[in-house]
Design a protein around this ligand. Structure first.
Ligand SMILES: *[C@@H]1O[C@H](CO)[C@@H](O)[C@H](O)[C@H]1NC(C)=O
Ligand SMILES: *[C@@H]1O[C@H](CO)[C@@H](O)[C@H](O)[C@H]1NC(C)=O
Length: 188
């Protein structure tokens, strides 16, 4: 129900020549009041208007109230997403589904564990696509339906909510646009 609504909203707002995509499963971080406070209401409103839009579009709205990093998890904040934090164990497999709304501007994509304090990727990407979207595979298409395995090398690096997120990242190289979704998690 809710997913269908979000999909309808994002379809309704597809504009221009942008690509458009967002993680749908697992439920990623979304906007909220804490983001509005840290990123400013203009930029937050733009991200909210189209949850699958490129971050660069939102950056055009950044004003004097912009005090976050929109290129880390789209500026979405943990505090607005506490009920979505996943509790996992090493070896757990998480199924992903990407809502690919417009993909006519290829580039590359990856899924990585990101240290949220430093915005550095921890270890190797969990998945990497040199060409994304790549619809030559499937069905099911393994660019938008895939799984990741929680690595066994994270241990204390990700033992508390807010230390780490799984970040899906798509760089549409031709039109220089960044798409991101983050899933907060910690190891139990
Ligand atoms: C993987 O994704 C990160 C963002 O999470 C990005 O900064 C990095 O450039 C990507 N690396 C590769 C090799 O694609
Ligand atoms: C994960 O995806 C692979 C295909 O990439 C599949 O073979 C495997 O069964 C999946 N694992 C789980 C636990 O669903």
């Amino acid at each position: 129900m809710r997913t269908a609504l979000i999909r309808a909203l994002s379809l309704a707002t597809v504009v221009g020549v942008s690509g458009h995509a967002v993680v749908e499963t697992p439920t990623p971080r979304k906007n909220g009041p804490v983001q509005q406070e840290r990123c400013g209401s203009a930029l937050t409103a733009q991200l909210k208007k189209d949850i699958a839009s490129p971050i660069e579009d939102a950056m055009k709205k950044a004003d004097e109230d912009y005090n976050c990093n929109a290129y880390l998890c789209r500026g979405y904040q943990l505090e607005d997403n506490l009920e979505r934090v996943q509790v996992v164990k090493a070896g757990d497999v998480l199924d992903f589904h990407i809502d690919l709304i417009a993909g006519h501007h290829p580039g590359y994509a990856n899924v990585s564990v990101v240290d949220l304090a430093t915005n550095q990727v921890i270890g190797e990407p969990l998945r990497y696509w040199a060409d994304w979207p790549d619809s030559t595979s499937g069905p099911p298409r393994n660019d938008i339906d895939f799984n990741i395995t929680i690595p066994d090398t994270l241990s204390s690096a990700c033992d508390v909510a807010g230390k780490c997120a799984i970040q899906w990242y798509w760089w549409a190289s031709k039109n220089k646009q960044t798409y991101e979704s983050c899933i907060d998690f910690y190891l139990e």
